[in-house]
Each structure stands twice: as C-alpha cells, then as structure tokens.
Ligand binder design. Sequence first.
Ligand SMILES: Nc1ncnc2c1ncn2[C@@H]1O[C@H](COP(=O)(O)OP(=O)(O)OP(=O)(O)O)[C@@H](O)[C@H]1O
Ligand SMILES: [Mg+2]
Length: 214
Amino acid sequence: MSGRFISFEGPDGAGKTSVLNNIRQALINQLGTQVLYTREPGGNQIAEQIRAVLLDKQNTAMDDWTEAFLYAASRRQHVVQTLKPALEAGKLILCDRYLDSSIAYQGGGRNLGVDKIWELNQYAIDGLLPDLTIFLDLPVETGLARIEKGRAETINRLDEQTVNFHRRVRQAYLTLQERFPDRIVKINADQDLNQVIEDVHRAIHARYDDLFTK
Ligand SMILES: Nc1ncnc2c1ncn2[C@@H]1O[C@H](COP(=O)(O)OP(=O)(O)OP(=O)(O)O)[C@@H](O)[C@H]1O
Ligand SMILES: [Mg+2]
C-alpha cells in the first residue's frame, strides 16, 4: 500500500474537526485530489448507518459492550470498504478519529479495559494502523467548556461523573502516546486555533517531507 494514513484524536472539544476543516483544504490545494477526508464512526454508507445508531439520543439503554462492538463494526466496514482501497490508490487519508478513540473512550472512559478494547479492534482494523496520529491534547475542563459555549448552561453544571469520564479518556490518550511515541504526536490544543493549525501542519510536513518537496 503506497498511501498515507493520518488519524486525528483527542478529547471532546479539542478542535479535531476545526483543525481538519482547515488543513484538509490546505492539503487539497497542495496535493490535489489525492487527499481523502473521512471520519469515524462512519465514512461510508453502512458505517454511517451504524453511526446513527451509536449517536441516537434515544438509545440510552445501550450496553457499554454493545457500544464497543458497534464502534468496532463500523470501523471494520470503514477499513475494508474505504480506507484500504484509498491507500492502495495512493491517497493521503485524513481521518477524524480512529482506533485510539475506542481505546480511550470505551477502554478508558467506560472502564472496559484498554487491552480488551485493543484486542476486540484487531478484528476491525485487520492490521491497519495510521502511520501518523495527531493527538490534540488539552485539559478536560477546557474542552468541555468549548463545547458548552453557546448553550445556556456552563461547565459548572456538568456532573462529576461526566468530568471523571472525560478525565479517564484523556489519561488513556496520554498513556497511548507514551506507548507509541513514534506514531502518535501530541499537540498542545490549549492555544489559539491558528497556532494549533500551524503546529499540526508542522508535524505533518516533518513526517511526510517527501510529499511536499517539489
Ligand atoms: N484552539 C481553539 N480555541 C478556542 N476554541 C476552539 C479551538 N479549537 C476549536 N474551538 C471551538 O471549540 C468547539 C469544539 O471544536 P471541534 O468541534 O473542532 O472539536 P472536536 O475535537 O472535533 O470535538 P468532538 O470530539 O466533540 O467532535 C468549537 O466550537 C470550536 O469552534
Ligand atoms: Mg469533531
């Protein structure tokens, strides 16, 4: 496979989607149609249908393991139908969340165990790991405050359980980064968005030097 695969990870409100919206366009301008932007859960029709089940606010009764299997199932479809063919076609993939999100949220946040979620996802990823993961890191309260902004309520109203869940998510990401320091590059997301975008650009250019030298 000749393509490249970059995933974007980090806690809620870290700025993954904001950064991607910017750099995706910049990379398309530089590299043309060879750039594929996609996201998880979802990324193709079947995987997006699974996403709808996962994000349906009425599904409050969903069991934690059911959730973990659905994320893995949607990932499997994404890998087989979208990601691997794109890599074979030599594309540069930009993916908003991937495997590490399951490790952090289901393994860490939901306490299902990082190793078990890793194992479960081996069936989904079929050996496909990103060659670069941009991990946007910031304090949990800052990320949650960004998301709450614009709504009437403030961070003070978030219950302790919610905050603790997100603390475990962040901690799992930090541990993953320490375990895979070559693949996962940590970026300080607690700064001005333009600065975050610049840092992400720098990390991508540093890793894929050959892509950008004319
Ligand atoms: N560096 C930044 N400084 C201040 N606000 C930011 C920054 N980055 C993003 N935001 C704002 O924070 C909110 C969340 O950003 P965004 O949706 O990009 O985060 P995300 O990581 O994709 O979150 P989620 O995990 O929920 O999808 C948005 O309102 C966005 O405008
Ligand atoms: Mg997002």
